[in-house]
Design a protein around this ligand. Structure first.
Ligand SMILES: C[C@](O)(CO)[C@H](O)COP(=O)(O)O
Length: 220
């Protein structure tokens, strides 16, 4: 299997605040971004690493990856206005390589593991698409726009979906192109794949593989 990892780091970290993009903050011996990429270094199946970054932000991104192994080439791609537009740009950048499978991962999820990455890739190759799912420990409700509970979801069937989300490359590229043509807005890539291609399989997610959205998410 020839797999690629597409890491999203083109956003402006508005909810996080502060003066530096959250992906470029120091974490352990490196940065949030280098940690997010590190799950895709050892598994030999990941031949191509793409990182989406803000326009004209290559120098800053390279600096954030200064501790990353020089032996692994990282392809930087300028992202778009939204996560969805950035992922499409990253997918298009992979067309010359035409991998079997691509794993799309948040640059702000530094605590993924090589095991999760490999399992998602393997299952995506079998099922077409795969993502880690974490069960909810709280009751799950649907709220009206003004904050009233209007429906009650089954906890057995309500899950939080993490990244990396893996897909057969040609199918997710096709789905993203159609989504862009239709002008639809989607929160993640499982939604786009589900809308245009089919059902996405899941593997058990890991609470530790959390996303840094707010300052407090950085706390150990
Ligand atoms: C892709 C994602 O991590 C799945 O849970 C999530 O949708 C990303 O959300 P964000 O608002 O773009 O950080």
């Amino acid at each position: 299997m020839r797999a690629a990892a597409l890491i999203t780091a083109a956003g402006s970290s508005q909810r996080f605040g502060g003066s530096m993009k959250k992906e470029y903050l120091p974490l352990g011996a490196g940065t949030v971004l280098s940690s997010a990429l590190s799950s895709f270094v050892d598994p030999e199946i990941f031949s191509y690493l793409v990182v989406t970054i803000p326009e004209n932000g290559k120098e800053e991104a390279e600096y954030a990856l200064r501790d990353f192994p020089r032996s692994r080439e990282v392809i930087f791609v300028s992202g778009g206005e939204t996560r969805q537009a950035s992922v499409l740009a990253g997918l298009k950048a992979l067309s010359g390589y035409d991998p079997d499978v691509v794993l799309i991962h948040d640059g702000a999820r530094p605590w993924c593991t090589p095991e999760i990455a490999e399992e998602v890739a393997r299952r995506a190759m079998e099922a077409g698409g795969c993502a880690p799912a974490v069960p909810s420990v709280d009751a799950m409700k649907i709220l009206s726009r003004d904050g009233f509970i209007i429906d009650h979801l089954s906890r057995e069937t309500s899950f939080r979906i993490q990244t990396p989300q893996g897909f057969v490359y040609r199918d997710i590229l096709e789905a993203h192109i159609k989504a862009a043509e239709d002008g639809g807005f989607y929160i993640d890539d499982t939604e786009i794949y589900g809308r245009y291609i089919g059902a996405v399989a899941t593997i058990p997610g890991d609470e530790r593989n959390r996303k840094i959205t707010y300052q407090e998410d950085l706390a150990p």
